[in-house]
Design a protein around this ligand. Structure first.
Ligand code: PEP
Ligand code: MN
Length: 264
């Protein structure tokens, strides 16, 4: 179902609030790694003003250590929806447990993200496939492009065609960056599949100083959008502060992204 051979036209995913992604509709998702509290209002206003069209924020965080900050849970989802929807932005948040899918939708989360660690969690993918909600499916850090597309197939085979793929870097021998951004995945996925593919330069690099160049590279390579982490006070962020852009840095990135888009 994800294969372009059987479906030549690009899929356009309706993310809600009038925001379409794919088939020439480029969208930028921005917001903090984790919803932390009322600072979300300032972050959201900042990214909205700079041109982001969707708000992200994790409420259930897949942390490597069980002792790291785990997120605000239900209250985080409620705050994310309250803030995002007040700006008429669809909201994106990661779901880790198939039993939580219904609760995410009941609370108004527009786009359900599957993180890299759950990219081959087949019961979760199938559960999302039984909804009609847009799914933002991140590439598994150890998955080939074919395996990545098969994960999308799990969602689609249950009846949900609304899949957005996301290249967020893969694990390689390189240690200078958190992951290795695979720019190849963008044209390769466009060749093999009709699904939209966006890029996440934040997790792909792990360091604020590298996020903008990789955002530009992904845009030039034809990505259908970007997902970027933005925090008002990165040094005190409860997760992923080292890769966060400030709202000012984000707005600078948005200016150059739009220049690149008009040039390619
Ligand atoms: C995230 O987007 O916050 C996240 C945890 O991403 P990934 O699953 O790509 O690491
Ligand atoms: Mn993060």
């Amino acid at each position: 179902k994800a294969n372009r051979k059987f479906h030549p036209e690009d899929t356009v995913v309706d993310c809600g609030h009038g925001v379409l992604l794919g088939g020439g509709n480029f969208q930028v998702i921005a917001g903090p790694c984790s919803v932390e509290g009322d600072n979300l209002w300032d972050i959201a206003r900042g990214v909205h003003e700079a041109g982001a069209t969707m708000l992200r924020g994790g409420a259930y965080k897949p942390r490597t250590s069980p002792y790291s900050y785990q997120g605000m849970g239900e209250r985080g989802l409620e705050l994310l929806c309250e803030v995002g929807h007040s700006l008429d932005m669809p909201v994106v948040s990661e779901v880790m447990d198939p039993r939580d899918v219904e609760g995410f939708l009941d609370r108004g989360v527009d786009v359900l993200q599957v993180g890299t660690r759950n990219a081959q969690n087949f019961p979760l993918l199938r559960e999302l496939g039984r909804t009609n909600a847009p799914v933002l499916l991140k590439r598994g850090m150890g998955c080939t492009i074919d395996e990545f597309l098969m994960s999308a197939e799990y969602v689609m085979s249950e009846g949900n065609p609304n899949v957005i793929l996301c290249e967020r870097g893969i694990r390689t021998f390189e240690t200078r960056t958190r992951n290795t951004f695979d720019a190849n995945a963008i044209p390769v996925v466009h060749h093999l599949s009709h699904l939209p593919i966006i890029a996440d330069p934040s997790h792909a690099t792990g360091y604020t100083r590298y996020v903008r160049p990789i955002a530009y590279a992904a845009t030039a390579a034809g990505a259908d959008g970007l997902e970027m982490e933005v925090h008002d006070d990165p040094q005190n962020a409860l997760s992923d502060g080292a890769q966060a852009l400030t709202p000012t840095q984000f707005s600078d990135a948005m200016r150059r992204i739009s220049l690149i888009r008009s040039a390619v």
